[in-house]
Design a protein around this ligand. Structure first.
Ligand SMILES: Nc1ncnc2c1ncn2[C@@H]1O[C@H](COP(=O)(O)OP(=O)(O)OP(=O)(O)O)[C@@H](O)[C@H]1O
Ligand SMILES: Nc1nc2c(c(=O)[nH]1)N=C(CO)CN2
Length: 178
C-alpha cells in the first residue's frame, strides 16, 4: 500500500473541468481533496516574453493498494494525456490543460519514499518553494510534514513562500467534491 499527495493544476481551457476530470480519473483512490485556489503562474514568462495565465490548483490525498511509487507517476501522466496536455519544447512552464505532480509518497508503514531518480524525484524537488501546493495541502493535512523540509505550516510562513501566499486565492464558489 502507498499513499500520495498529488498536486493538480490547470491554466488552459476549462480549468475547473480539467481538475474535476482528473479527480474523477483517480476515482476511489481519493481520500481527501483540498479547496480550489486561483494562483499566479509560477516559473516566469515564456521565451517570447508571453505571460502564462493564472492557474486553478488543488491538492489530493490518495491511496493505492499496490506498493510501487512509480504507479503514481504513470497515473499522473495518463491523466495529463487524457486532458490533452501538449508539451512545448521551447517553454518549460508553458500553459497546460492539466499538470499532475507527485508531491510525496508514503509506504504502508508511514515512511516517506525518497528518490533522486530524475523520472520520479521524491519528495517533489521544488514543492518547498510553491505556495500553490503547500497552501491547499494544509486544507487536507494541517499537520503535514514535507520530508527533508519540516512542517508545511512553517514553510508557508517563511520566505520565499510567505510572499506568494496572499496571491493564492480560495475559490469559494468552486468545489471538486461531489
Ligand atoms: N515528483 C514528480 N512528479 C512528477 N513528475 C516528476 C517528478 N519527479 C520527476 N518528474 C519528471 O519530471 C518530468 C517533467 O514533468 P513535467 O513536464 O510535468 O514538469 P512540470 O510539472 O512542468 O515542472 P515541475 O517538475 O517543476 O513541476 C517528467 O518526465 C517526470 O518523469
Ligand atoms: N500557479 C501554478 N504555477 C505552476 C504550476 C501550477 O500548478 N500552478 N505548475 C507548474 C509545473 O508543475 C509550473 N507553474
Amino acid at each position: 500500500m502507498t499513499r500520495a499527495v498529488l498536486s493538480l493544476g490547470s491554466n488552459l481551457g476549462d480549468r475547473a473541468a480539467h481538475l474535476r476530470a482528473a479527480l474523477a480519473g483517480l476515482g476511489d483512490l481519493v481520500m481527501a481533496v483540498s479547496g480550489v485556489y486561483e494562483t499566479p503562474s509560477w516559473g516566469g514568462p515564456g521565451p517570447d516574453g508571453r505571460e502564462s495565465p493564472p492557474y486553478l490548483n488543488a491538492v489530493v490525498l490518495a491511496v493505492d493498494a499496490g506498493d510501487d511509487p512509480y504507479a503514481w507517476l504513470t497515473r499522473a501522466r495518463e491523466l495529463e494525456r487524457v486532458a490533452g496536455r501538449d508539451r512545448d519544447p521551447s517553454w518549460r512552464y508553458a500553459p497546460r490543460t492539466l499538470d499532475v505532480d507527485v508531491i510525496t509518497v508514503w509506504t504502508a508503514d508511514g515512511a516517506p519514499v525518497v528518490s533522486d531518480d530524475p523520472d520520479l524525484v521524491l519528495p517533489h524537488p521544488r514543492v518547498h518553494e510553491r505556495a500553490f501546493v503547500l497552501r491547499p495541502w494544509l486544507d487536507i493535512q494541517p499537520y503535514a510534514e514535507l520530508p527533508g523540509h519540516g512542517w508545511v505550516y512553517d514553510l508557508v510562513r517563511a520566505e520565499p513562500v510567505a510572499a506568494d501566499l496572499p496571491n493564492v486565492r480560495p475559490c469559494a464558489d468552486l468545489s471538486l467534491e461531489s
